[in-house]
Design a protein around this ligand. Structure first.
Ligand SMILES: Cc1cc2nc3c(=O)[nH]c(=O)nc-3n(C[C@H](O)[C@H](O)[C@H](O)COP(=O)(O)OP(=O)(O)OC[C@H]3O[C@@H](n4cnc5c(N)ncnc54)[C@H](O)[C@@H]3O)c2cc1C
Ligand SMILES: NC(=O)c1ccc[n+]([C@@H]2O[C@H](COP(=O)([O-])OP(=O)(O)OC[C@H]3O[C@@H](n4cnc5c(N)ncnc54)[C@H](O)[C@@H]3O)[C@@H](O)[C@H]2O)c1
Length: 489
């Protein structure tokens, strides 16, 4: 049998001391990325996965099942509203069991593929819960102990414990249970106004559930600009949902088969009841049972503190994904996992995480998407900017599609014209934002974006309008232009 020696010249003596070069704790998106990267660098790698099912949050109970259901809701909604195109439809009926079965079949396919990737012999795949005994040793729920030179912790997140004690009077659903319902409730209260809340709200409302959404902040999706959140709130209300924002929850109860909450809203107490309540008040890092203190890994509010190389306070232990943050977004978990795996293998050529292009997509209809700076964040950080927007209601292709809600917005450096942020709330906003991610990746200016060819009639060409507007407003001085040209040459 060939023994792998590891790219960093790991010697036979050390191999006896450690079972593996790297043990990755958690086989979700971040953990798999870390293990694949470490194993590809010839490090003896093991993944320890403690879940009942293999696949991680994104595949099993996050991105993929929610998007499968939201797409079904979109198809139903279109079938029910064809009149604008001169098409009539009768009553549209549906089979909820089939909607859920399609989602389950897709998830099984994705999870089976991930299980196959994890068992492909490039690394050892172990099914057990792990916790630390000391800085180089973990104990497994099977009773075994394993030692490694390095670790990557990628144990994900769990639904946040309720910050409000009275909510324990409710048997509420979390996103996990909402994805496994056998039957639709007639009515649903959704607590929260983040991504989980709004995505489920539209799914259930479009499947004829009477939805009441209760958000603490002045608007849903509070990390987006107010103009963006307002578009979604307007659409939600038009589709029959009741949306309360700026609220303070005060009590909860469960009587006669109904679940209720009361809250303060506009200085009055409001009471609402429904068949079910969906709790969507956030998630917290899943680190509680890891005994991280025994490994010397520092945490802050359960979140593993890691530097930009994904290295924790214990220098040989790295972290990736939701357990460390600062974002709970799957492509970031993957990038962090890759950085952790790379940095263990090649400590002299470290890869650093760069969140300049942080982006986020919410898969409602209209989709809500952003990259880098919002106006809110620019103002908070005192970053000078110029912004311009253009509405989908005045754009050829979206008018053809009757997709007239929302707008695109660009933020630019007021002196150089470099694009520093983008937002799209509108049809396929999650796809459209990628043009701005690409432009920002290459540090393009609004002038360059406006000059780029765009096919007509497409949704994408809508970006040229705010780009042109900003390009006219921002005229870099000749000196700045020369400098830029020098830098490019
Ligand atoms: C409803 C919902 C929808 C979402 N939709 C999106 C979306 O559309 N787009 C997006 O980018 N993000 C979305 N997210 C967020 C995204 O799913 C997460 O950011 C991402 O999956 C986190 O990956 P991870 O590898 O950090 O954690 P996970 O995928 O959760 O992996 C952690 C793994 O560690 C294992 N584990 C935990 N503790 C131990 C232990 N002690 N020993 C061994 N194994 C352990 C777990 O079993 C799990 O498999 C959504 C989240 C939710 C809840
Ligand atoms: N499309 C996506 O990328 C997607 C989809 C779903 C989830 N996610 C990820 O999953 C994570 C969890 O999502 P989430 O929506 O559960 O959490 P979140 O933290 O994004 O949102 C929680 C919301 O609840 C509100 N809230 C908190 N306490 C409240 C109270 N007492 N009363 C009323 N409202 C209150 C907050 O203002 C916030 O808007 C997020 O970080 C997100 O990145 C991503």
């Amino acid at each position: 049998m060939r023994l792998k020696t590891g790219a960093s010249g790991f010697m036979l003596k050390a191999m006896n001391e450690f079972d593996y070069d790297v043990i990755v704790v958690g086989g979700g998106s971040g953990g798999y990325a870390a293990a694949r990267t470490a194993a590809n660098a010839d490090l003896r790698t093991a993944v320890v996965e403690g879940g009942k099912e293999v696949g991680g949050l994104c595949i099993l109970r996050g991105c993929m099942p929610t998007k499968a259901l939201l797409y079904a809701a979109e198809v139903k909604h279109l079938a029910e509203h064809p009149a604008a195109w001169g098409i009539q439809s009768g009553k549209v009926s549906f089979d909820f069991a089939k909607v859920m079965a399609r989602k389950d079949a897709l998830i099984k396919e994705f999870a089976d593929y991930r299980a196959q990737q994890l068992s492909e012999n490039t690394f050892t795949f172990i099914r057990a819960q792990a916790s630390f005994v000391d800085a180089h040793t973990i104990t497994l729920s099977t009773g075994e102990k394993l030692r490694a030179r390095n670790f990557v912790i990628s144990t994900g997140s769990v639904v946040a414990p309720s910050p409000l004690p009275f909510l324990s009077k409710l048997d509420y659903l979390t996103s996990d249970e909402a994805l496994m319902l056998k039957k639709l409730p007639k009515s649903l209260i959704i607590l929260g106004g983040g991504s989980v809340a709004v995505e489920f709200a539209q799914f259930f409302a479009r499947f004829d559930v009477k939805v009441t959404l209760i958000q603490r902040s002045p608007h849903v999706l509070h990390e987006f600009d107010t103009d963006t959140s307002e578009v979604l709130e307007k659409v939600f209300k038009r589709e029959g949902m009741t949306v309360y924002t700026n609220t303070t929850l005060t009590d909860a109860w469960q009587t006669n088969g109904l679940k209720g909450v009361s809250f303060l809203h506009e200085a009055k107490e409001v009471r609402v009841e429904a068949e079910e309540v969906l709790y969507a008040l956030g998630r917290v890092p899943n680190t509680k049972s890891l005994n991280l203190d025994k490994a010397g890994v520092e945490v802050e509010d359960r979140r593993i503190i890691a530097n930009e190389e994904m290295q924790t306070s214990a220098k040989h232990i790295y972290a990736a994904g939701d357990c460390t943050g600062p974002y709970e977004i799957v492509h970031i978990a993957v990038m962090q996992g890759e950085a952790a795996g790379h940095n263990i293998a090649f400590p002299d050529k470290p890869r650093r995480m760069d969140y300049r292009l942080v982006n986020s997509v919410v898969f409602t209809e209209p989709q809500v998407a952003m990259v880098a700076l919002t106006e809110k964040e620019a103002l908070r950080q005192n970053i000078p900017y110029r912004a311009a927007s253009y509405p989908f209601a005045d754009h050829g292709k979206s008018m053809i599609m009757e997709a007239k809600d929302g707008f695109v917005k660009l933020l630019a450096n007021p002196e150089t014209g470099e694009i520093i942020g983008g937002c799209c709330v509108g049809p396929v906003g999650g796809e459209l934002i990628h043009e701005i991610i690409a432009a920002m990746y290459k540090r393009m200016t609004v002038k360059e974006l406006a000059a780029m060819p765009h096919y007509h009639p497409t949704l994408a060409e809508i970006w040229t309008y705010p780009a042109e507007e900003l390009a006219l407003e921002i005229q870099p001085s000749p000196v700045e232009l020369t400098d830029r040209q020098k830098a490019l040459s």
